[in-house]
Design a protein around this ligand. Sequence first.
Ligand code: HEM
Length: 221
Amino acid sequence: MGCALSGPSVSPDLAVSEEKRTPSQDGGLDFKTDLEHGGDEEPKQPFLLSEAQKELIQASWEILHKDIARVGVIVFIRLFETHPECKDVFFLFRDIDDFQQLKMSKELQAHGLRVMSFIEKSVARLNQEDKLQQLAFELGRSHCRYQAPPKYYEYIGTQFIQAVQPILKEDWTPEAEKAWENLFKYLTAMMRRGFYTEETTRASLSLHARKPAVESTPNRI
Ligand code: HEM
């Protein structure tokens, strides 16, 4: 059984019972391991946002936050237009081909808002890197359960950046763009790590579940 929007998936219950793992237990920002897993293009080095970049992000969020419902819808409509394969990941949207209908969909609006609320939480944690890391890592683990593969994550940052430019107007600068790009690179790298950690956990759990019980041989002495 899967989640409401993504359709059939592996049972979420498996993950609930297992011990909570952290990004650092799983190697933190080791981009090399991610490359081995997915083969997707990775940042060459872990990034740390400079103080100036954090401030730029916070300043643009001050302006943006009242428009997040609209931005959320734009991001997903553009994502589905440019990468229709992403729409197929969503159980509720995969059969809707009319983009006007999608734009008006309450479910899409709610989903866009959930994703934007996550960005809001991330912005609020720019000075608490451990918390930010954990947040994105856990989101990656849940995306494994949604069967949403990491190769698509970076599209969200691209669409977000395009969607907010017209809202921020002259407040959108090359420096602000770079800061947001770095934030999304960081979030998607951590989500990727969470995804692969969850995938490995699930694979080993299902392997254990399939192993036949070893019959005990009666002691003949
Ligand atoms: C930076 C990239 C992304 C972010 C920040 C993000 C964020 C989120 C958030 C906050 C949720 C709400 C549920 C939760 O908290 O676990 C969610 C759900 C979900 N996301 Fe993403 N997401 C991203 C990329 C993607 C992509 C690219 C896809 C598909 C191609 C995707 C597919 C899904 C699906 C299927 C769900 C479950 C919906 C549901 O059952 O309500 N996500 N995402």
